[in-house]
Design a protein around this ligand. Structure first.
Ligand SMILES: Cc1cc2nc3c(=O)[nH]c(=O)nc-3n(C[C@H](O)[C@H](O)[C@H](O)COP(=O)(O)OP(=O)(O)OC[C@H]3O[C@@H](n4cnc5c(N)ncnc54)[C@H](O)[C@@H]3O)c2cc1C
Length: 398
């Protein structure tokens, strides 16, 4: 009997975990099934580039997982029963229930309107590929001089505003930020941001809260009306409601609460990684939704599962931050170095070199997903008898 590992979601973290597990566990003993709604890997960190009209390299899973032993199931996950250890999916074969021994939950996140009136109806989002493609189509049909407004002054909003302004200098690009633009980066880095925004002609509305989005305009909290032919909502991510609907312990945002191995604190046969998991980093603070911490979470979970099943020892994967890599269009960038808990250091890289650095990071993240043992030779380990169907911890293999 094979131990059945099901991985839900083939984004940066699910695809990484599935690939690593399949390469480290013997195929006679373990079946790794990866469930994803789409047949290609989505480089979500490039969604603003996709929306700006750039063509991204296609990354079909059929190629990525060829010869690895990962079985890809194209289906939409509709529910998880963490007590019965089953997953409900709907795909080309209709509705099905899949049983697992170990589950890796990696469904990522989407956008949220934060309850702002009209945002869901009138604003665009770039948290998902369909959202980015819809915006791409809208931007392509916009006439010179029309306004596109990005709501949200975080990393995604900054990357989107600069990308759109660079790609479409004929448009009037604006950004709305709740506080000072880039107030969390170092003073030199913030000055650089302002310089690039000014050079690209991006209008900046700071200390502004949006109260309503309408067709063709935005209304701020103080009642000011800002004309906006296209509004892009980048105020943060929200997880899918599937986990919160289970008996698993979740946060009030719906993330699965996990321990240091990324195992659910209430259901140890479930591991949650990436945006869907609520984990505490090495510096004692919750990790934020990002690839930067999501991929180490996936490695931690895959190695903990391998240890559980085979007894093989795993090294500790650092769960902290090193830098924030921000693209400012294709020829400008900002690398802000941070402490392990994500607090800003004074050092930053700026300009063309930073843009190239960010590009290497994006390429490296996609390469890592396709090469989850980082090119290191690995042995496919046999599963200890006791662990086959129970997932029981195995101390050591004879
Ligand atoms: C524009 C943009 C720029 C970003 N830039 C950065 C950056 O520079 N650095 C950084 O660290 N992070 C960045 N992020 C955040 C980063 O993309 C996410 O944190 C990361 O993708 C999370 O990985 P994940 O595997 O948890 O989820 P995802 O990558 O979102 O993958 C989830 C997968 O699950 C699938 N899925 C979801 N629901 C279902 C379902 N019901 N059934 C079947 N399949 C489903 C999805 O199709 C997807 O394949 C950026 C995000 C955006 C949108």
């Amino acid at each position: 009997m094979q131990h059945r590992i099901i991985v839900l979601g083939a984004g940066y973290t699910g695809a990484f975990a599935a690939g690593r597990l399949a390469r480290r566990l013997h195929a006679d003993d373990v079946a790794v099934t990866l469930v994803n709604a789409e047949p290609d890997f989505v480089e979500r960190v490039r969604n603003h580039q996709l929306a700006a009209g750039q063509d991204l390299k296609p990354r079909p899973f059929a190629e990525m997982f060829a010869g690895t032993g990962v079985e890809l199931k194209l289906a939409k996950v509709t529910a998880v029963d963490a007590d019965a250890k089953t997953v409900a999916v709907t795909g080309a074969d209709g509705a099905e229930t899949l049983a697992y021994d170990t589950l890796v939950y990696a469904l990522g996140s989407g956008w949220t309107d934060h309850g702002v009136t009209g945002a869901a109806e009138h604003a665009h989002e770039i948290a998902s590929r369909p959202g980015a493609l819809k915006l791409r189509d809208r931007l392509a049909r916009m006439d010179a001089g029309q306004t596109v407004t990005i709501v949200g002054g975080g990393l995604t909003g900054i990357e989107a505003a600069t990308e759109f302004a660079e790609a479409r200098p004929d448009l009037d690009v604006a950004i709305i930020a709740r506080r000072d633009l880039g107030d969390w980066v170092s003073p030199k880095a913030q000055a650089h941001l302002r310089k690039v925004f000014a050079k690209l002609g991006i209008r900046v509305h700071e200390h502004t809260d949006v109260a309503e989005v309408r067709d063709g305009e935005i209304v701020t909290a103080d009642g000011t009306r800002i004309a906006s032919a296209a509004t892009v909502w980048t105020t943060g991510f929200a997880v899918h409601p599937i986990a919160a609907a289970t008996t698993m312990e979740t946060t009030d945002r719906g993330q699965i609460v996990v321990d240091g191995d990324m195992a659910s604190v209430s259901h140890p046969d479930v591991f949650a990684v990436g945006d869907a998991g609520y984990a505490i980093g090495d510096a004692g603070k919750p990790l934020r939704m990002s690839c930067a911490s999501g991929i180490p979470m996936a490695q931690t979970a895959a190695d903990a599962i391998t240890t559980r099943l085979t007894g093989a020892k795993a090294g500790k994967v650092p769960l902290g931050y090193f830098n924030q890599c921000i693209s400012l269009g294709r020829s400008e960038g900002l690398i802000q170095y941070v402490h392990a808990d994500d607090r800003t250091r004074t050092v930053s890289l700026r300009g063309r070199f930073a843009a190239r650095y960010k590009e290497i990071i994006c390429k490296g993240a996609a390469w890592g997903v396709a090469n989850p043992t980082y090119g290191m030779p690995v042995r496919r380990r046999r599963v200890a008898k006791a662990a086959e169907h129970t997932g029981t911890a195995v101390k050591a293999l004879a």
